[in-house]
Design a protein. Structure first.
Length: 406
């Protein structure tokens, strides 16, 4: 199922929580419809609580034409002027009112967005359209120029029952095979972030295992795995990615797997080599920290895997593919039983072959398996070969059969 299709809401009635903020948005629209010229709104609050969806769906309910821009469009004065020029008049060719929604406004950065502040200020002063800005932090220094020019509307984290209700609605709309216990577990981990709860649901549908649930973590800390990935892939600064990694309860080894899996889903081809280079160096430092018991190396690993990957990009990343659970972790989870069985066989072979486990696993185990298979190919009965392996190496029937079939 496509992520956008899964996450998209159809009507304003499907928004859960933040009723006072929803009323403020509705009152703003009514004032515009009555001919007023209210100041633009600054809709702000933590990620994943429905800010962008609420603005879009409310405009849709009024039949307004939405001109929506996010941080990837805030590049320079010329690009903003071109993007907004078509919405400078109050109505489009079909008579519908235009509304400008500028999402991720607090992601403005001088490295990418030269002249953006001046262009946006000019837009606020001259626009005949209603404007809604959306930010995580309205007090971010990068958008201080908008204070006093906008009316703040705060969205707050959702309560656990509200997140659970949103997931139940999602289940009903898409007929997902999840039960109430699953929903309660996800809602408990969400820390009020319904988008992360939906991300968790999607990830765990593709990797149903305890290790998958554990890797996502309990979101009673400031940053969960998806917020960490967002801060790395979508930030243009050094501080935010490092802060999110240090505040996360996800281990650095696990996080490296997540970043490695999802770099191709966020970065364009020209930016991938630099990102993977930073990630490989981070992995080297993690290995050195463990090998040399010198944990200062963790600082270097953390900086490279967070800010290094974040600042390796030259263009704004893609945002149309959902995050994927690391395939390497999926494989380890799926092959756990097989690896446990091999470990038991190696331990029993070690009683007969006086050498270390690694040598047995890499040399003797494949050799013995090949010899047993060749006996069967030469005409020996499989049952007789299995019995012989059981007697010779002290294996049980399942272990001997797996050795013959390997």
């Amino acid at each position: 199922m496509d992520f956008d299709e899964l996450f998209a809401l159809d009507s304003i009635d499907q928004i859960v929580g933040n009723a006072p903020s929803m009323r403020s948005l509705a009152e703003y629209c009514i004032e515009v419809e009555n001919g007023g010229s209210p100041k633009p709104l600054m809709v702000y609050g933590p990620s994943g609580v429905g800010k962008s969806a609420a603005a879009r769906l409310l405009a849709k309910s009024k039949g307004w034409n939405i001109v929506e821009k996010n941080a990837s469009d805030y590049r320079d004065k010329d690009s903003i002027s071109k993007l907004i020029a078509s919405a400078a008049i109050s109505r489009n060719l079909f008579g519908s009112r235009n509304i400008i929604i500028m999402d991720e406004i607090d992601e403005l950065n001088s490295r990418f967005d030269k002249g953006a502040q001046a262009a946006i200020s000019e837009l606020v002063a001259k626009s005949k359209n209603p404007i809604i800005f959306i930010a995580n932090d309205m007090w971010d220094q990068s958008i201080s120029f908008l204070r006093g020019k906008t009316t703040p509307v705060q969205f707050k984290k959702l309560a656990k029952p509200e997140v659970a209700l949103a997931l139940k609605n999602l289940r009903a709309r898409h007929k997902l095979d999840i039960d109430d216990d699953f929903i309660e577990a996800i809602a408990s981990r969400s820390d009020g972030d319904v988008r992360s709860a939906i991300n968790d649901t999607i990830a765990l549908l593709g990797a149903k295992s305890e290790s998958a649930m554990d890797s996502i973590g309990t979101r009673d800390k400031k940053y969960d795995i998806f917020k960490v990935l967002d801060s790395i892939f979508f930030s243009n600064t050094m501080a935010m990615p490092m802060k999110s990694v240090s505040s996360s309860d996800v281990s650095m080894d696990m996080l490296i797997n997540w970043i490695e899996e999802n770099i191709p889903r966020r970065y364009y081809a020209q930016d991938m080599p630099g990102a993977f280079d930073c990630l490989s160096k981070a992995s080297e430092y993690l290995s050195k920290a463990t090998r040399k018991q010198y944990y200062t190396y963790w600082r270097y690993a953390s900086a490279l895997m967070s800010s290094g990957v974040a600042l390796s990009k030259s263009s704004y990343p893609k945002n149309f593919q959902r995050y994927e659970f690391p395939k390497s972790i999926k494989y380890l989870s799926q092959s756990r039983q097989e690896r446990q069985s091999s470990s038991k066989i190696i331990a029993k072979l070690q009683r007969k072959i006086k050498t270390n486990r690694r040598t047995i696993g890499t040399i003797y185990l494949p050799l013995i398996s090949s010899m047993l298979s060749n006996e069967i190919k030469s005409g020996a009965k499989k049952s007789a070969v299995v019995e012989s392996a059981m007697r010779t190496f002290g294996l049980d029937d399942k272990e001997a059969e797996s050795l013959v079939a390997a």
